[in-house]
Design a protein around this ligand. Structure first.
Ligand code: CO
Length: 204
């Protein structure tokens, strides 16, 4: 099928329902965006940022990739962070992972997944940093804990970007958060990793 007709139909219904509730919504948004949160999340189809936070278009600036990784040399992610902080002036950066993350799970396996194993290598590093915590756990607990620890490491990575460090040095108020989402009940949990300046960056 060349056209996903149902999607266009649903899109028209969605746009109509918003216009009915707020006739000026789209014309206002067309002029500018001023999101207050940068969301760095997993690409998993079950974790759509705006839907799970119940936020309308315009409130979240979003970057998603497999297993919500913030890699020091990933120009894509770094460009998103720079634009969000320096141009859009977001006040919060949220790294939101989720339990049951396929990327995290694959990183725990010995099987060959092809190219993606190079990306997942970053989670293998997280495993190595926290091996003392992870090894005594049973497989299910280890999986959950690695999902949480991966978020923590990515929060640290956000805080150590030149962009965030410079923002804090310049006295700009920016808070970095680590959250986890549960696919099985639809609820977000704050992992209590709130960082408001270099002094609060979690240590290994
Ligand atoms: Co995932």
């Amino acid at each position: 099928m060349r056209i996903l007709r149902n999607i266009f139909e649903q899109n028209r219904q969605w746009a109509d329902s918003i216009k009915q509730a707020d006739p000026g919504f789209f014309s206002r948004l067309a002029k500018h965006q001023s999101p207050y949160i940068l969301w760095i999340g997993c690409a998993d189809s079950r974790v759509p940022a705006n839907q799970i936070t119940n936020l309308p278009p315009g409130d979240l600036f979003v970057h998603r990739n497999i297993a919500n990784l913030v890699v020091h040399t990933d120009l894509n992610c770094l460009s998103v962070i720079q634009y969000a902080v320096e141009v859009l002036k977001v006040k919060h950066i949220v790294v939101c992972g989720h339990y049951g993350c396929g990327g995290v799970k694959a990183s725990m396996e010995e099987t060959d997944h092809g190219l993606i194993d190079n990306w997942l290598r970053h989670i293998r590093d997280v495993q190595r940093f926290h091996s003392a915590t992870l090894i005594p756990l049973n497989p299910d607990e280890r999986f959950d804990r690695l999902c949480e620890l991966n978020i923590r490491e990515q929060v640290v990575n956000v805080c150590n970007t030149t962009i965030v460090k410079k923002a804090w040095e310049n006295g700009y108020q920016l808070t970095v958060h680590g959250w986890i989402y549960s696919i099985s009940n639809g609820l977000l949990t704050d992992l209590d990793l709130c960082v408001t300046g270099p002094h609060e960056i979690p240590e290994h």
